[in-house]
Design a protein around this ligand. Structure first.
Ligand code: PCA
Length: 218
């Protein structure tokens, strides 16, 4: 008997609200896409806490359990004017900001003791940026995902998948949503609908690059 192959799965993570906000567009978008199929990839959404240790633990356990074919992390970077395609994640947590539990502390530590200094994104960034441009969703590269929880999650996903180089993994930061804009009058914002459209385009680009690399190795 041949086992039926499950459809390829993309793990899409978002975060709980933090910093006194009522919502976090990263989870708003991930939640809307949960269980959808995009480019043949089935989306599994996961909501992460804004605490480095808990977020990394939850993410790593989910990667081990569902063995995704791609991982895309989303988070909020308030003040950025467009979707930020992160290029690198570093092995550093500097959570001088308060975390979601309200117990922030300014301690520097590695994301994972003994891990390499940094990982590059394994998403097809050029393809994603090109297709976002075509779809008229504002987007740009960002050199580094910072040194807070989003960076820790990007780092941990790339570390967890280090022995599976064919699995694309990386991170995209989102601006404030329009719903958050009244609290941040001088900062750029976007509707959740536009961000969702952008993330759909990004996932479709990831799906195409997975297909292209499978064809190349067939
Ligand atoms: N943004 C924060 C953590 C959670 C989120 O959505 C960050 O950029 O690290």
């Amino acid at each position: 008997m041949t086992a039926r192959r499950r459809p390829p799965v993309l793990l899409l993570t978002g975060f709980e609200p933090f910093g006194g906000e009522r919502s976090n567009p990263s989870w708003e978008v991930a939640r809307r896409l949960d269980r959808k199929r995009i480019g043949g990839l089935e989306i599994v959404a996961l909501r992460l806490p804004v605490g480095a240790t808990r977020a990394v633990r939850g993410l790593s356990a989910t990667i081990d359990r569902i063995m995704p074919d791609a991982v895309l992390g989303l988070g909020q970077a308030g003040g950025r004017p467009s979707l930020s395609l992160e290029r690198i994640a570093i092995n550093l947590v500097d959570d001088g900001m308060r975390d979601g539990s309200g117990r922030g502390s300014a301690k520097e530590r590695p994301v994972l003791r003994g891990g390499p200094d940094a990982y590059f994104s394994r998403l097809p960034l050029a393809r994603i940026l090109r297709e976002l441009g075509r779809a008229r969703v504002p987007a740009d590269y960002s050199l580094s995902a910072g040194a807070f929880i989003c960076n820790a999650v990007m780092y941990a996903s790339l570390h967890r998948l280090r022995a599976k180089p064919a699995v694309p993994a990386g991170f995209i930061h989102l601006p404030h949503s329009s719903a958050q804009a009244s609290r941040h009058r001088n900062a750029a914002s976007m509707t959740v609908e536009l961000m969702e459209r952008g993330i759909r385009v990004a996932i479709a680009a990831i799906a195409r690059s997975i297909k292209a690399s499978r064809r190349a190795h067939a």
